[in-house]
Write a protein that binds this ligand. Structure first.
Ligand code: ADP
Length: 475
């Protein structure tokens, strides 16, 4: 099967969170089971490639609100990525350092989608399935089915994966000139609450919809930032498929970011070395239990309540904390303040640092995830793989993957993103930590848990098959 993914992120070229990890891994695993999967990604300025590392394969232009932009598609020549990666460049729009955060993001991502579709149109061999991810690529199923410009693609099945329904990419109808021509009577497909809403459009027009965990699928029908009614209405075409992890990139045996690599029989000694390095870098005592947090500093991750809970717990018990994150400036400030007030107990790095995230999974004893919303969550899966016990709020994918130690599981869970509950969870973790034999046994089990993409890739492949051959399903 020939599958083309459209995404705003793809590890290691452009990653802001889990979307990047998923799109950097799923295509690789699909190809390992015999499919031909490629990815189209905007060519951001942060992707630094020499002339030898890319080849130009398509040149075009795109007209957005009467302005013409020059555009090109480059293929990355490195075969080790595990799939063909195509970078879509639109002069003046994609070629900026950051992935997100510009006032004209709507225009940037519409341009990316339109040029990507033009590129597909120019191929002799059309894909069997087009797989789009989140709102940044959500107008593709609409354009493929509604715009005469892309008539040739109209019968290709489309699949939308929702990684995060909080972000929907809405923009006013006055900017409709960003889109190619379509029948005016079909404008309703674009509309949600009086705006053009790319995520809603994709839910309406994609052939199938997946979310990144089964529980998140259920939760979205109750709370989806205004789209819950639509998701309930479209429930029959929605499925939850739990993300996997890339066990090659996230492998403590070979991870180049670690001071000491390790496997299930050597983890205790090596993790101690990693912990010591991490603690030394942040002026923390490596003999004390270490709790980590890694994530975008936003309301969804519960970072605000976490600060409150940590203050209370740090005043009661002896433990250390390492914080890694960036996002909301007010939350960044609170993280910074916490590390200043509790010097020698709390270390913080405000920013995005891939290497440090690996060091935290490999050195901290526990990882805190008090998320209000967590569509899948990859951090807890990386924690398992590295033998770091997750402490999670039971929501979305966290609920699907972490069972409490009191129920024979491998983590500490709590019901709500609430300060008192996080404090109690920390207390339970601290009570369990000194039982070294039991703790090590859990660590070993965690490291042996199989969350690799192999299972999930097969589930996506069977969904694609259903889309291509609907008649075989009916039999
Ligand atoms: P989300 O996609 O909501 O951000 P996920 O748990 O699905 O959350 O994925 C988060 C990914 O981003 C993980 O790979 C995590 O290690 C990484 N990450 C998040 N924040 C940072 C940061 N500040 N520095 C390095 N990696 C980070």
């Amino acid at each position: 099967m020939k599958i083309v993914h459209f995404s705003a992120e793809c590890y290691p070229f452009a990653k802001a969170g889990g979307l990047g990890d998923v799109v950097g891994a799923l295509p690789k695993y699909l190809n390992q089971i015999g499919h031909q999967t490629s990815v189209l990604l905007p060519y951001y300025a942060r992707i630094e490639l020499s002339e030898n590392e890319r080849s130009l394969c398509f040149s075009t232009s795109v007209t957005l609100e009467n302005n013409e932009f020059t555009a090109s598609v480059y293929k990355v020549t490195d075969e080790d990525i595990g799939f063909p990666l195509f970078l879509v460049s639109v002069e003046g729009l994609t070629d900026r350092p950051n992935i997100y955060g510009y006032e004209d993001d709507a225009k940037r991502f519409v341009a990316f989608q339109r040029v990507g579709l033009q590129f597909l149109m120019a191929q002799d061999d059309l894909p069997d399935v087009v797989h789009v991810h989140d709102h940044h690529t959500g107008l593709i199923p609409f354009m493929m089915t509604q715009c005469p410009e892309f008539e040739k693609l109209k019968d290709i099945p489309t699949l939308l994966s929702i990684h995060n329904a909080q972000y929907q990419g809405s923009f006013p109808h006055e900017w409709g000139g960003l889109l190619p021509e379509f029948p005016e009577t079909h404008v309703g497909l674009l509309d949600w609450d009086g705006m053009i809403n790319p995520l809603a459009t994709a839910i309406k027009t994609a052939w199938r919809v997946t979310t990144v965990s089964p529980t998140y699928m259920e939760e979205l029908q109750q709370h989806a930032n205004g789209l819950e009614g639509l998701l309930s209405h479209e429930a029959q075409k929605c499925t939850g498929i739990l993300n996997g992890i890339d066990t090659e990139t996230w492998n403590p045996k070979t991870d180049p970011f670690l001071e000491a690599n390790y496997g299930v029989s050597t983890f205790a000694k090596a993790r101690k070395i990693n912990k010591t390095k991490l603690c030394n870098a942040h002026n923390l005592d490596p003999e004390v239990p270490l709790f980590g947090f890694i994530g975008r500093l936003v309301w969804e991750k519960g970072a605000d309540v976490l600060v409150q809970a940590l203050e209370e717990a740090l005043n009661k018990w002896e433990f250390n904390v390492i914080l890694l994150g960036s996002g909301d400036p007010a939350l960044e400030e609170r993280f910074k303040n916490l590390s200043e007030w509790y010097q020698g107990k709390v270390g913080a790095y405000i920013g995005y640092k891939e290497s440090m995230s690996h060091e935290v999974y490999a050195g901290a004893d526990f990882l805190l995830m008090p998320s209000r919303v967590e569509p899948c969550g990859l951090n807890q899966l990386y924690s398992f793989r590295y033998g770091c016990m997750p402490i999670v709020r039971k929501t979305g994918g966290l609920k699907d993957t972490v069972v409490d130690i009191n129920d024979g599981g491998l983590g500490v869970t709590h019901e709500e993103t609430e300060s008192g509950q996080i404090v109690s969870a920390i207390e339970r973790a601290l009570q369990f930590f000194p039982k070294q034999t039991a703790f090590r046994k859990k660590q070993k089990e965690m490291m042996q848990t199989d969350h690799s993409w192999e299972h999930a890739a097969k589930k996506y492949a069977s969904l694609y098959h259903e889309l291509i051959k609907p008649e075989s399903n009916e039999q």
